[in-house]
Design a binder for this molecule. Structure first.
Ligand code: LLP
Length: 429
C-alpha cells in the first residue's frame, strides 16, 4: 500500500491503530478516514527540508481537503493557507490561520471576496495572487474604498511550461486560463504607480498538479527567478517573497513522484543561501495533494455483484458523488478489501461502480478484483485524502459521507454524515 498509515494488522485494515471495521460499525459507510500522523509527516518533511531558508511558509492548499479539523491541525503545526474562494477564507479564519500565512489565488475573485481578504484578521492576508490586469484594477478599487488600505499582492506568472500532467490539472501553459504572461506581467508593473491601493510584494507560480517529475518545476523556478529580477529592476526595490505553488504528485499506482526531500533541495538550490538570491526572499509554497492524498481513504460496502460472462460489476454504496476523481479524470485509486483474506484467491475482470444513475459512475473498469468479494464486504479506496471529500456533491440526493480523523489508537469524528434535512435546507416546497 502507498501509505504506511493504512496497513493490515492481524488481517484487518487499520488506520494507524484503529480498525476500519470498528469505525464502520459505529459510523456506517461510505466513510472517509484520515490519518493525523500521515498529514503531519508530510508537513514536517517539507518544513525540515526548507530549514536552511531564511524565511518560508507552507500554505496548505485548502481545496485538496478543507475540513476544519484538518486545516486547524495544519495551522497548529505552523502551516498557512492557500485559498481560492471566500468560502475557503472563512474556513481558514475559523481554523485560526494567522493573516501573515494566508494567500488567495484564483482567476475569478469577486469584490466581496477581495474585501474579506483585506479585512482578514484585521490587517488583511499576506497576498492576493493576481491573475489578470482587470483583477489588479478591481483589487486596487476595493482597497482604496477602505480608506487608505493597501492590498498586498503578488503577480501570478504563467511561465508557459508543460507540467506533463493530466490536461485538466495543468495550469502553467499559455493555453490555460491561469496567471499573467510575461507581457501582461510587464504591463501590470507599469500600472503600479497609478494603483495607490496596491502594494506589490511578490511573484507566484503554480504550473499544475500531480507532477511526477521535478524537471518542469526546476524550469519554472528558474523562469520565476528571472522574472523576479526583472520586476525588481523595474520597481527599483526588492520583492519580499516568491510563492512557488504546489503540485508535487503522489503515488496512486505505480507513479514515481519525487521525494519531498528532493523537492525541497531543488527549492533551496534555486532560492536558498547559496543561490543567486542568497535566501533574501521569503518562500511560500501551496502544497495540497502531497500532504493529504495518501493521508486518507474512502471506505465503502459492497452492495451487490452482478456476474457477467466478460466481466462482473461490483456495486458499492459509494458513488461518483463521494469520490469523483475516477469519473472526472479517469484517475486510478487502489481498491483494497478491509479483510486481508479477501484479497487472496481468484480474480476476475470487474467494473467497480457506484449506485449513481450515470454510466460514468465507475471507480475502476476492467480491474482484476477477487471474486470472493461479495455482498456486505468492506472495501477501501486509497489515496482519497486529496480532492475526495472536497469535490464531493449531493448528486442523486445522496448525503455526503462522514469523516473521521485517527491519531494512534484514537479517533474523532470531524464531520457528521449528512442527512436528508441538510440536503433540502433552504428549499421552498
Ligand atoms: N496552488 C494553486 C494555485 C492551485 O491551483 C493548486 C491546485 C494548488 C496550489 C494545489 O496543488 P496540489 O499541491 O494539490 O497539486 N481536482 C484535481 C486537482 C486540481 C488541482 C487544482 N489546483 C484532482 O483531483 O486531481
Amino acid at each position: 500500500m502507498n501509505s504506511d498509515a493504512f496497513t493490515y494488522r492481524r488481517g484487518k485494515l487499520h488506520a494507524e491503530g484503529v480498525s476500519i471495521e470498528s469505525l464502520v460499525r459505529r459510523l456506517g459507510t461510505p466513510l472517509y478516514v484520515y490519518s493525523q500522523s500521515a498529514f503531519e509527516r508530510g508537513l514536517r518533511t517539507i518544513q525540515g527540508g526548507l530549514s536552511s531558508l531564511e524565511s518560508f511558509t507552507v500554505c496548505y492548499a485548502l481545496k485538496a481537503n478543507s475540513n476544519l479539523a484538518i486545516v486547524k491541525m495544519m495551522g497548529d503545526l505552523g502551516a498557512g493557507a492557500d485559498l481560492v474562494s471566500g468560502g475557503e477564507l472563512e474556513r481558514a479564519r475559523m481554523a485560526g490561520i494567522p493573516p501573515d500565512r494566508v494567500v488567495f489565488s484564483g482567476v475569478g475573485k469577486t469584490a466581496e471576496e477581495i474585501a474579506a481578504g483585506l479585512a482578514y484578521g484585521g490587517r488583511g492576508i499576506t497576498s492576493f495572487h493576481v491573475e489578470s490586469l482587470e483583477e489588479l484594477g478591481l483589487i486596487d478599487r476595493v482597497a482604496r474604498a477602505r480608506r487608505g488600505k493597501r492590498a498586498r499582492v503578488a503577480l501570478r506568472f504563467n511561465p508557459n511550461i508543460d507540467a506533463k500532467t493530466h490536461p485538466y490539472i495543468s495550469t502553467g501553459l499559455k493555453k490555460n486560463k491561469f496567471g499573467l504572461n510575461a507581457d501582461e506581467l510587464r504591463a501590470a508593473v507599469s500600472m503600479l504607480p497609478r494603483l495607490k491601493g496596491i502594494e506589490l510584494c511578490g511573484l507566484s507560480i503554480h504550473i499544475g498538479s500531480q507532477l511526477t517529475s521535478l524537471s518542469p518545476l526546476r524550469t519554472a523556478f528558474k523562469a520565476l527567478g528571472s522574472q523576479i529580477l526583472a520586476v525588481e529592476a523595474a520597481l527599483g526595490r526588492p520583492l519580499e517573497f516568491a510563492d512557488l505553488g504546489g503540485g508535487v504528485g503522489i503515488r496512486y499506482r505505480d507513479e514515481r513522484p519525487p521525494a519531498l526531500e528532493d523537492y525541497c533541495s531543488e527549492i533551496v538550490r534555486a532560492f536558498g543561501p547559496k543561490s543567486a538570491f542568497r535566501s533574501r526572499l521569503r518562500i511560500l509554497l501551496e502544497p495540497g495533494r502531497v500532504l493529504s492524498g495518501n493521508s486518507g481513504i474512502l471506505v465503502a460496502r459492497v452492495l451487490f455483484r452482478k456476474p457477467r460472462k466478460q466481466k462482473d460489476f461490483l456495486i458499492l454504496d459509494a458513488g461518483m458523488n463521494d469520490l469523483m476523481r475516477p469519473a472526472l479524470y479517469g484517475s486510478y485509486h487502489e481498491l483494497v478489501p478491509v479483510l486481508e483474506a479477501r484479497a487472496r484467491g481468484r480474480k476476475k475482470k470487474t467494473d467497480v461502480v457506484g449506485p449513481v444513475c450515470e454510466s460514468g459512475d465507475c471507480f475502476a473498469s476492467d480491474r482484476p478484483v477477487p471474486t470472493s468479494l461479495e455482498h456486505g464486504d468492506l472495501v477501501a479506496f486509497l489515496g482519497a485524502g486529496a480532492y475526495g471529500m472536497s469535490m464531493s456533491s449531493n448528486y442523486n440526493s445522496r448525503p455526503r459521507p462522514a469523516e473521521v480523523l485517527v491519531s494512534g489508537g484514537r479517533w474523532r469524528m470531524i464531520r457528521d454524515r449528512e442527512r436528508i434535512e441538510d440536503l433540502v435546507r433552504g428549499e421552498h416546497p
